[in-house]
Design a protein around this ligand. Sequence first.
Ligand SMILES: NC(=O)c1ccc[n+]([C@@H]2O[C@H](COP(=O)([O-])OP(=O)(O)OC[C@H]3O[C@@H](n4cnc5c(N)ncnc54)[C@H](OP(=O)(O)O)[C@@H]3O)[C@@H](O)[C@H]2O)c1
Length: 283
Amino acid sequence: MVILITGAHGQLGQDIQKECENRGIPCIAANSHILDITDTQAVRIFVKNHAPDTIINCAAYTAVDDAETEWRRAYLVNGIGVRNLALAARDAGAVLVHYSTDYVFDGRSTLPYTIADAPNPLSQYGKSKLLGEQEVLTHSDRFFLIRTSWVFGRGNVNFPRKVLEWSKDRDALSIVNDQVSSPTYTRDLARATIDLCETGYFGLYHITNKGSCSRYEWTRFILETIDWKGSLSPAQSSDFPTPASRPPFSVLDNFGSPEVLGYDLPSWETATENFLKELDVIP
Ligand SMILES: NC(=O)c1ccc[n+]([C@@H]2O[C@H](COP(=O)([O-])OP(=O)(O)OC[C@H]3O[C@@H](n4cnc5c(N)ncnc54)[C@H](OP(=O)(O)O)[C@@H]3O)[C@@H](O)[C@H]2O)c1
């Protein structure tokens, strides 16, 4: 198996690369400078020349709030870029792995969303990711389409990293308690992705760390784990208006994934602890 990783410098891309290296799987790690997925011709030529068996697309436009104004860019990267990869993968006989998001759902449910639930994105980012899903479904017949949520890993700025930064210079924090989902650690998702690729069971998957929490509960867990002495209080999303609306409850039900993988991902609490250990924040 030779794997092409696009968006290889993103937080998930870096851990997919490490997972391949740890398993001795040859991979071509292409960051946005090596391969811009919005460049149709470049994608076609790159895939033809390198002839990967599998393309794992970690490239994405992920600036949720900026996408409200820069929606053309978001649609280009998350929609047309994905189409480019899907067509190139099809022509090369390669499998395509692509990631989508809990933000394709509107969050009005009180039950976790399964792969049978209908998306209804609230934001331009969510719409752009839904467009990418549609491109995969239209142009690929050998694909893994993986929805995940609240991704965090060593390789980029993310919510727990922001919490750690805030904890250094503030003694009071107020965090929203009305956005609920499942934090997902890139190391766990990378392992599950490569395991899934080895099954050949193509299709749509929801893969997140186990359990769910609000951003406030996640913050409380992080701050208690690092023994922060400040005061934390719950807030409402309306206290911090943002350009993009976020779903209030976007927990993904992983139904269908453990059946194929043979395991659940660790709980979000274990994943968060492992991340803090990886950062050397706790022993
Ligand atoms: N982050 C989350 O909370 C979250 C939640 C649910 C789902 N997801 C999905 O999970 C996947 C991985 O996300 P992530 O958090 O690892 O993202 P990330 O850290 O923001 O990385 C995205 C990478 O894509 C690259 N990229 C952007 N435009 C590109 C282009 N035109 N061609 C090639 N590369 C390009 C970026 O490179 P440059 O920096 O050089 O532009 C960046 O390295 C994405 O599909 C995302 O939508 C993420």
